[in-house]
Design a protein around this ligand. Sequence first.
Ligand code: ADP
Ligand code: MG
Length: 674
Amino acid sequence: MGVFTFRDLLELYPNRHVDKTKIAKISEINPATDYIQVAGQLLQYELVGDKRSKRLVAQLKDDTGFLELTWFQGLSWIQKILQTGTRYLVFGKVSFFQGHPQIIHPELEIFTAENKEGKNFLEPVYPSTEKLKSRSLGGRQIASLTRTLFQQLTEKNIPENLPATVIDQLRLESRYKAFTQIHFPASVPDYEAAVKRLKFEELFMAQLRLGMIRSRRHRLSKGVVFEKVAELFNIFYEQFLPFELTKAQKRVIREIRNDTAKGHQMNRLLQGDVGSGKTIVALLIMLLAADNGFQSCLMAPTEILAQQHYAHLTDLLKELPVGIELLTGSVKTAERKKILERIKNGQSQILIGTHAVIEDKVQFQRLGLAIIDEQHRFGVAQRAKLWEKAEVLPHVLVMTATPIPRTLAMSAYGDLDYSVIDELPPGRQPIQTFHRFESGRSQVMDFIKKEIAKGRQAYIIFPLIEESSKLDFENLMKGYENVKAYFPEPQYWISMLHGRQTADQKTTNMKRFVEGDTQIMVSTTVIEVGVNVPNASVMVIESAERFGLSQLHQLRGRVGRGSAKSYCILITGNKLGNDARERMKTMTSTLNGFLIAEKDLQLRGPGDIEGTRQSGVLNFKLASIVQDREMLEIARNLSEDLLDQDPELNSAENLMIKQYLQSQQGKTAWSRIS
Ligand code: ADP
Ligand code: MG
């Protein structure tokens, strides 16, 4: 159970407590009753059953009813101590036998003046495992170990590790008291106070650690310096920028510009809802790097997206002397060699690619900037690998279009700085979203026909049930045949995209759709991120109940990118579970990615959010970033204040915090992300 030391035992918190502060009436017992404490007179008892299964059954009576007490073991001893006619205080778990409530092997003591108010404490119930139970280390034994441990502990053994000002300000229990009370609380409010204190401690320490990583990077890291804005940036900005940047885009570029000029490494998370225009920001920053003699690399999660970025940026940069390369898994060896050479000798300034760019063979002449698009697909380890490519760490910009709720961003990416594009380019019309059942599919197809007649294009998406499995493929093919029946050639042409195609096939299909040769794109979720075809105005998602909220939001973001009014239609089966219904409701009621992300977090919990699963930074024992968001905000603010005053926690009053953090090193998952 991860318990090796006394401290581990202290941190093995009870799952719950059994309330012994109240004495219930027997008449209150109902089938939902769990543990209960009652007081009553023992009327009689008798042995029943045969030799093989003998048991002792006693009747307890209070002024509201009768309760059976049953023993299967230690019968002769029980018989000796039971006194009929005496009043007892009885505690145990209620079960029903032939319609009568009973307690099997109850705890029992003679009712006295002293205990007439009940036992007056909450008894801890500890987790255990079957294996431990079979070796006599069940919850009760753990309780007794813990009790024994506490008998030997004093305040000195559990010293305070939070600043006095914080304790005062939030009226927190002392650490010693909190530990005592989370195990053996005298009352429910005492227990709650203990939980509050220990939860806060978890959040505060996690925030401090992340804050220290950030603060050290700001103060101590060496970073390449983008000191000037020169020709490439300026010429592009003045002559080739296809539109006016939004205020938010400008602000973010300023933030990044400041950050990259300081001589410290930038490590920044850029959030912007789908369609908010992150690509152009990435391009401008890469030009800034090139102006200062540095190379950049832009990593995308899929080959299609990498190709699209490459095509788009090559087009935008065609008048400028910037070498730009595409490296993906499917680039042939001979060509790859040439690309690698041009990167190594500095002839090319920009490398766009998939995971292929972090392979060891790729050597840059002078890498100054790494941009990771749609980062939730890249693990932390991959991020780290990129950094190893240069002597002085390149600046890192992580872009994500899956909005991350603030609390999650603060915990899972709390070591990064943070920019947000919180504004969409002007002229976008809101996407209208509908939910339809399968039975209404033909109307949906008619609707697509009308849009196509207006010159628009449509996506029809099928879910991946299990990635690249035969089933998915068949599912998609069936869907494709079905779509084809509605949209026959030569009036209509259809592109299809799926995981089994070669890179060439994918490119061709994508290209035909981008260029408007096909009106319909039938696809699995490979197009989920990044793909940009502004003329597409309808997004139909089949079996929409199989998708998570952030995926649905991503998919919807593929339309509404041009000036035409766009539609998203979610098709589901007729029977929907509560969660699925909730998701459809959320999708049809809001376009705001941050609201959707919050809802997603509520519905699925943080453990499920892509990319955070492995990082383990959210494995708190008590705290939850969903339920304790307010407390998390407070912990974040207070930890920042503390680090502003004392960045290395070296002052006398903060030394105990530092020592505590050091003692935690390697113990918690979040400490490993540094
Ligand atoms: P995302 O943030 O989802 O990656 P993109 O960078 O793909 O978004 O941009 C979405 C679309 O908006 C693209 O067609 C892009 O050219 C366009 N766009 C980006 N910024 C602006 C802007 N400031 N004004 C008008 N259109 C813009
Ligand atoms: Mg994008």
